[in-house]
Ligand binder design. Structure first.
Ligand SMILES: C[S@@+](CC[C@H](N)C(=O)[O-])C[C@H]1O[C@@H](n2cnc3c(N)ncnc32)[C@H](O)[C@@H]1O
Length: 338
């Protein structure tokens, strides 16, 4: 009954998808003359954001990508140009590639989106992104269908993987908060016939989850509850709260509010589990998480986190014994005990 483990992990497929955000990083950096700014004064993300009036969250996501691309170097907490950027990315150089990339930028929707994420003035402009619906609690069926299928693809292999690598023995009833297609609950239900799971989601998504659950044949173990996690009370009676790719959509403050809400709803000894693609300490590596974080800066209110950042959020909310386990592909689970 257990979902078969894929023949190989999904990291190659992730790498190909995430690679499409590499070019907009360069087109945006060129358009905003970031290389000229760092040539004039090597700086931290904070210093550069202040000097150029840029959005700090956006810049904190962009600069590590340029570092990973080998276009910048880091010394004493400041980003510096290197021979590649100095030779090809400064307007004053005879070998400048700017006009080439600015022509390329015109064909990229993600260029505009990233540019808006870095430019402070644009920060509050409605972009009609899924996160706008998540924040308001209203997602129409067409968008729900598209986004849920998208999430299902990127989570289903790691769902199969985590049921083997993470110890779910203590879990009897799991609330899968913002559970998307339900694929993580479905995988757990298949791996552990004694476990029951509830996918907590917005109304249109719950409707879709019921179909995914029926198709998987786990209707006796997985149900749904329509709850707007920001506005409505969470159901009780669960020993585990599971959040997969949920914290990465929100600010630290919102994540803390979610963690506190979870803490209040869990019984003593209950667990919170955060399934995320983690950044290394320092938040400058590894490349996939750095690129995924950039995508979060462009399309959500969030970012990828380091284990240390998630531990701080969970401990502030009152959780103890916070630990981290690599589970599958690029994914890990950070757990805390109430
Ligand atoms: C990035 S997706 C993650 C889906 C799934 N957990 C996964 O890893 O594949 C975030 C999910 O949070 C849900 N969500 C966002 N805002 C919500 C809200 N206000 N109440 C309940 N669910 C919400 C979305 O519908 C979406 O399915």
């Amino acid at each position: 009954m257990t979902l078969a483990l894929p023949a190989t992990d999904d990291t190659r497929i992730w790498d190909i998808w995430l690679s499409m955000y590499q070019v907009p990083c360069l087109t945006v950096a060129l358009e905003l003359e970031l290389f000229e700014s760092l040539e004039a004064k090597p700086d931290s993300a904070e210093g550069l954001a202040e000097r150029r009036h840029f959005n700090l969250r956006g810049l904190r996501a962009l600069l590590p990508v340029l570092l990973q691309q080998g276009l910048l170097q880091m010394h004493d907490g400041c980003y510096h140009l290197n021979e590649h950027s100095r030779t090809y990315l400064l307007k004053s150089s005879a070998y400048y590639w700017g006009p080439f990339y600015s022509r390329t930028a015109r064909t990229l929707a993600s260029h505009k989106l990233l540019l808006e994420s870095i430019n402070n003035e644009q920060e509050n402009k409605a972009k009609n992104l899924p996160v706008d619906g998540w924040e308001s609690g209203h997602v129409d069926m067409e968008l729900a269908r598209q986004v849920t299928a998208f999430m299902n693809c990127h989570s289903v292999a790691s769902a199969a993987g985590m049921t083997r690598s993470f110890d779910f023995a203590a879990t009897k009833r799991m609330l899968d908060v913002g559970g998307g297609s339900g694929c993580l609950s479905i995988a757990l239900a298949k791996a552990r016939p004694a476990v029951s799971c509830t996918v907590l989601e917005l109304p249109t998504i719950c409707e879709l989850v019921r179909q995914y659950v029926a198709d998987a044949g786990v209707g006796s173990q997985v149900d749904t509850v329509v709850v707007d996690m920001f506005r409505q009370a969470w159901p009780s009676g669960y020993d585990t709260h599971f959040f997969s790719n949920v914290f990465h959509d929100w600010s630290v403050e919102t994540c803390l509010a979610l963690a506190k809400q979870s803490h209040a709803a869990l019984p003593t000894g209950g667990r919170i589990l955060l399934h995320e693609m983690l950044l290394d300490d320092g938040a400058l590596t590894p490349k996939p998480a750095v690129l995924f974080s950039l995508l979060m800066a462009m399309g959500t209110r969030g970012q990828q986190f380091t284990f240390g950042q998630l531990r701080e959020i969970l401990e502030t909310a009152g959780f103890r014994n916070v630990s981290c386990h690599h589970t599958y592909g690029y994914y890990s689970i950070v757990s805390g005990v109430r």
